[in-house]
Design a protein around this ligand. Structure first.
Ligand code: LLP
Length: 426
């Protein structure tokens, strides 16, 4: 079972970590996101244990982009996690959630001067530098501020992560990182000739939803070789940031456990005597969250369409990456018969489809369903397309539940807009 946190419990229907999802849908309406602090915490510990078992000196930084709610960041901060942020906004969120500045790393291909100044001002743990140009900018900004920015070079290792092309980041033609053969000369320059920066090491991120060991191994071997070259040149390397990317089994993929990642890191980087960092997002958060929706109607046409009240504006992953999310009715099906349906949202786009030709227990108008593994890259990628207010978010933990983001109202959407006063109302 890929979802040990989900089970049917008689009249309570589908239960997540002890809490009836039907109760939440009744109380807060649909669509509604539910995130389990228990699952988040369990996975955080499982990940740390995998590294601990191999005696690896590792700092875990949660990739905030996957799930940016402050309550989730707080849960992970309690587990000893830092944060990997990609914008000034995420940096402020992480700080607001109580994550210490020195436990924050800042990655991102287009950091503005303002964002860099914010990071330098707070003296965050590490800025991962994406280009020569950015290096010069950071050096100048930090000197102006009479500070030294701790930085690492993000290496583009030119490796194909063998995942969906929209989430592959480590090929030479991708926009990320500094070409690995350009690193040694630049490293020397930064370490000897740039008083605004303290260059501590290298960072690499290969891609996301990676479910095989080979690309991780290849990428980290390249980094290890680079570290040896730099050290032979008398340069100083104390930190390596291994990025994120560990995938999960959305469907029936053979997704490797964190032990695989820890083994690969131990074998490739373990004897370098460096402080290691990882930046996992999806693996931690995806299975901790579900999206609840209600069936608006069942339309019988060329196919049977189950139309639900969540759309691609809520969860865009299927439309954007053709990704597969499990779908479970909240009421335990009383038959083993299934029917082949398309589960679709209400948005006026053909790509607003959650499942094509999926075998599911019979669903009828009014039934509630859960879309699984929606805790990562779900809420954070939502939009208000079709003037659909952002859905509510509920956190559960033990027998407690709390609304952590109330449903946006249409008034809130409208009040942000202004109609120029030269446009007379008709
Ligand atoms: N570090 C860096 C520098 C990243 O760019 C990413 C993800 C991560 C860490 C975290 O990767 P993870 O452990 O979550 O795989 N929206 C897409 C995923 C985009 C991932 C972008 N970078 C999706 O829904 O599949």
């Amino acid at each position: 079972n890929n979802h040990p946190n989900l089970s049917y419990e008689g009249r309570q229907g589908l239960v997540m970590d002890g809490t009836s999802l039907t109760d939440i849908a009744r109380e807060h309406g649909t669509p509604c996101w539910v995130i389990s602090a228990d699952t988040l915490r369990q996975r955080a510990h499982a990940l740390q244990d995998a590294f601990r078992a191999r005696n690896l000196p590792i700092h875990c930084h949660f990739a905030v982009k996957a799930q940016d709610h402050q309550a989730c960041l707080t849960v992970l901060a309690h587990c000893g996690f830092g944060a990997d942020v990609v914008s000034g906004g995420e940096l402020r969120r992480a700080l607001a959630a109580g994550i210490r500045a020195r436990d924050i790393v800042f990655s991102g291909i287009g950091k503005t001067d303002d964002e860099l100044e914010l990071a330098i001002h707070h003296q965050i743990g590490q800025i991962n530098v994406e280009s020569v140009e950015e290096l010069h900018r950071i050096n100048a900004l930090a000197q102006n501020m009479q500070q030294r920015a701790r930085i690492a070079f993000r290496v583009n290792p030119d490796i194909d992560a063998q995942t969906h092309s929209k989430i592959t980041t480590g090929r030479a033609e991708d926009k990320f990182g500094i070409a690995h053969d350009a690193i040694p000369a630049l490293y020397r320059k930064a370490q000897t000739d740039m008083p605004g920066v303290e260059l501590v090491g290298l960072a690499v991120h290969l891609g996301s939803q990676m479910v095989t060991a080979a690309p991780f191994r290849k990428g980290y071997e390249r980094i290890a070789a680079l570290v040896r070259t730099l050290r032979e040149d008398g340069l100083h390397v104390s930190d390596i940031d291994c990025g994120g990317g560990l995938g999960i089994a959305y469907r029936n993929e053979q997704a490797p456990p964190p032990a695989m990642l820890a083994d690969v890191i131990a074998e490739t980087l373990g004897d370098l005597d460096v402080q290691l960092h990882v930046e996992p997002g999806r693996w931690l958060a995806a299975p901790a969250g579900v999206l609840l929706a209600r069936v608006i109607d069942v339309k019988d046409a060329a196919r049977r369409f189950v139309i639900i009240d969540a759309g691609m504006n809520d969860l865009v992953r299927p439309a954007m990456y053709d990704s597969w999310h499990g779908i479970l009715p909240l009421n335990e099906p009383d038959t083993t018969t299934e029917e082949c349906v398309d589960v679709v949202g209400p948005i006026c786009e053909s790509s607003d489809i959650f499942a094509r030709q999926r075998s599911l227990p019979p669903l009828k108008k009014g039934d509630l369903v859960a879309l699984l593994d929606a805790g990562a890259y779900g809420t954070v990628m939502s939009s208000t397309y079709n003037s659909r207010p952002l859905a509510a978010q509920v956190m559960i933990e033990g027998d407690r539940k709390a609304i952590i983001r109330r449903r946006q109202t249409l008034e809130e959407l409208l009040v942000q807009e202004a109609v120029p006063d030269w446009l007379a109302r008709p």
